[in-house]
Design a protein around this ligand. Structure first.
Ligand code: MN
Length: 207
């Protein structure tokens, strides 16, 4: 299934099937963390979202566009479902580790080099106080790095569309890295697949 379909074209909310095994991202992300993250945390968001919507299905795009009309259970668990489906799909055991295609050109336009981008993206992840996410987003022809608390995302705030999302909740790294969020972020870049990021970018600019 294409990432676009996973994020927005679902007909029901159910647990995403990972395109790799729990141990496939080792040594960068360990099996225990992946299993907890997918089979406990994401599963919990899916279950609680369905409960909060009382069995009714509302597309995530519709929820995020009208986020002020929903209670915190829909906001937190709807964000949790979208953010994690995006995140898990951006990771790969055999990632393309350098930016590719048009997104590579735009990364260089906006941030200088890939190393400069990584430095700024890491700073956004480290700078997010408490639980949250760091993002690479696209808005009005421009790329931007931003961050959000909890399970919020830039679609809710209409800040932009999401190319890359990095989970910086402690549950994403604490089992392996304890409090060292920076070490987790360095390892995230080792499994982040730029072919997937380019796919997200193309989906955004081609509508
Ligand atoms: Mn998470």
């Amino acid at each position: 299934m294409k990432i676009k379909d996973i994020l927005f074209e679902q007909k029901e909310f159910k647990l995403l099937e990972l395109p790799y095994k729990y141990n496939a991202l080792e040594p960068h992300i360990d099996k225990e963390t992946m299993e907890e993250h997918h089979n406990k945390h994401l599963k919990g968001y899916v279950t609680k979202l369905n409960k909060a919507l009382e069995g009714k299905f509302i597309p995530l795009s519709e929820i995020f566009n009208n986020i002020d009309q929903y209670d915190s259970a829909v906001r937190n668990n709807g964000g949790g479902v979208y953010n994690h489906n995006l995140y898990f799909n951006l990771l790969s055991p055999k990632p393309e580790k350098q930016p590719v295609g048009e997104l590579k050109e735009e990364i260089e336009n906006y941030f200088g080099s890939y190393d400069d981008f990584k430095e700024k993206f890491k700073a956004a992840g480290l700078g997010q106080f408490g639980s949250g996410w760091a993002w690479l987003i696209y808005h009005d022809g421009e790329l931007k790095i931003t961050s959000t608390p909890n399970q919020d995302n830039p679609l809710m705030s209409k800040e932009g569309k999401v190319i890359i999302g990095m989970d910086v909740w402690e549950h994403a790294y604490y089992l392996k890295h304890k409090s060292q969020r920076g070490d987790y972020i360095d390892n995230f870049f080792e499994v982040l697949c730029w072919n997937k990021a380019e796919e997200n970018y193309q989906n955004i600019i081609n509508g």
